[in-house]
Design a protein around this ligand. Structure first.
Ligand SMILES: C[S@@+](CC[C@H](N)C(=O)[O-])C[C@H]1O[C@@H](n2cnc3c(N)ncnc32)[C@H](O)[C@@H]1O
Length: 388
């Protein structure tokens, strides 16, 4: 009898098990192929073939690459807000405040702030002296009772996105990084390289490093910015610091461009360990946007200590416009940061104030590439007092 039960169970379970194992195998194979394709394109020869060194001004990526994700996230957010009765909140009222949104939606203030920025960049709400209100476009095309209402069809069901909005995320990249632990370095290196490699070439062409020879790239990831600088100018002496667990991938990437002898890689926790000193320039690319204001302050002070007097700090970040009009891409990036990290995208004057508050002078923002800017400050000459 027992034998019969086992036979029937095996007949029912084994095909399902084989199907699941097969699916997993094919899925993994697909992912590995995706990784292999990425690494195949990373080489000095491929770069030379594109003729990058002969191009005077680094072109920004086409909008079809950047803007697809921003529109998807905006659609996702507006659909979730429909589900949460956000639009009814406005009713016949003059305006709605941030606190009212927080209490109505049951979402943290940090995420509501990021959502407000994304909604303003998406022309859904505006701000005046009374508070936030729906735009005329939103009233006509986004209210469900309007004859002009257009269903949004977001990429994932609104209920699923509401869960993402509401969970207080534990684990993930930044929580590991905050403890000095590397997180999924190969996958993240690929994502970072997509954005930062072009920024390195744009930074060189900006002329901001014209007086610099020794350069420290803090949390340099796959080494993307250092590689671009090493290939652009034989004068540069480059050093990058990264979490020890990520350095194997950094060295793999640097090796692909044949500049291992030009870039020194030091493994350390940037918040805990002492940085090398006396640099002409200290760079951060997409670093401040991962962290809260306290941690950004620590990084600014450590950079100050690592610079020689007269040296410059450069923050490469996508900045929000002061008039709250976006850009939509940066607003979506800020929402993404608020969901998955401790940080957000900044307004230019916020980063300028942060650098000034930590001793830097002649702080200024320069356009860099596409949505990216460089916020630059100088360590005054004649200062020897230790700030770290
Ligand atoms: C958003 S990525 C930017 C990487 C690189 N700057 C770029 O633009 O390609 C953040 C990087 O910070 C590194 N990182 C995070 N926490 C760190 C820490 N405590 N010490 C050193 N590096 C850290 C991560 O490993 C990751 O490579």
């Amino acid at each position: 009898m027992i034998h019969l039960v086992f036979t029937h169970l095996a007949a029912a379970i084994l095909p399902a098990l084989f199907f699941l194992l097969g699916f997993r195998y094919l899925n993994r194979k697909g992912i590995r192929r995706f990784y292999d394709d990425f690494w195949r394109t990373q080489s000095k020869m491929a770069l030379e073939k594109i003729g990058i060194m002969a191009i005077d001004q680094m072109p920004e990526p086409p909008r079809i690459i950047t803007d697809r994700d921003s529109i998807n996230l905006a659609l996702q957010l507006v659909s979730a807000l429909h589900e949460l009765g956000f639009f009814e909140l406005f009713g016949s009222r003059r305006a709605v405040t941030e606190e009212e949104m927080v209490s109505h939606l049951g979402i943290s203030t940090k995420k509501v702030r990021a959502a407000i920025i994304l909604l303003m960049a998406s022309e859904v709400i505006t701000l005046d002296a009374y508070g936030y209100q729906l735009t005329e476009k939103a009233r006509i095309y986004l209210l469900k009772e309007s004859p002009f209402f257009v269903p949004l069809r977001p990429p994932v069901p609104p209920k699923q996105f509401i869960k993402t909005l509401r969970i207080d995320r534990r684990g993930g990249a930044v929580e590991n990084w905050s403890k000095g632990i590397s997180f999924d370095p190969e996958r993240l290196a690929m994502q970072q390289h997509e954005q930062s490699f072009a920024l390195g070439f744009a930074l060189y062409r900006s002329g901001l490093l014209r007086d610099a020879e020794t350069i420290l790239d803090v949390a340099g990831g796959a080494g993307s910015v250092c590689i671009a600088l090493a290939l652009s100018d034989p004068r540069f002496k480059l050093e990058m610091i990264e979490l020890p667990g990520s350095l194997e991938i950094s060295r793999k990437m640097i090796g692909k461009y044949d500049v291992l002898n030009r870039i020194t890689c030091a493994g350390m926790d940037m918040f805990v360990q002492e940085w090398p000193r006396q640099f002409d320039a200290v760079l951060f690319t997409n670093i401040f946007h991962d962290w809260d204001d306290d941690r950004c302050g620590i990084l600014a002070r450590k950079a100050f200590a690592a610079l020689r007097p007269g040296g410059i700090i450069i923050l490469q970040e996508a900045l929000l416009r002061a008039d709250h009009s976006g850009p939509l891409w940066t607003a979506h990036w800020s929402m993404t940061m608020s969901l998955y990290t401790r940080g957000r995208q900044f307004y230019g004057d916020e980063l300028e104030a942060l650098l000034s508050a930590n001793g830097f002078i002649r702080v200024k923002t320069h356009p860099l590439l596409g949505y990216y800017s460089a916020v630059v400050g100088i360590k005054p000459r004649g200062i020897s007092r230790k700030r770290s």
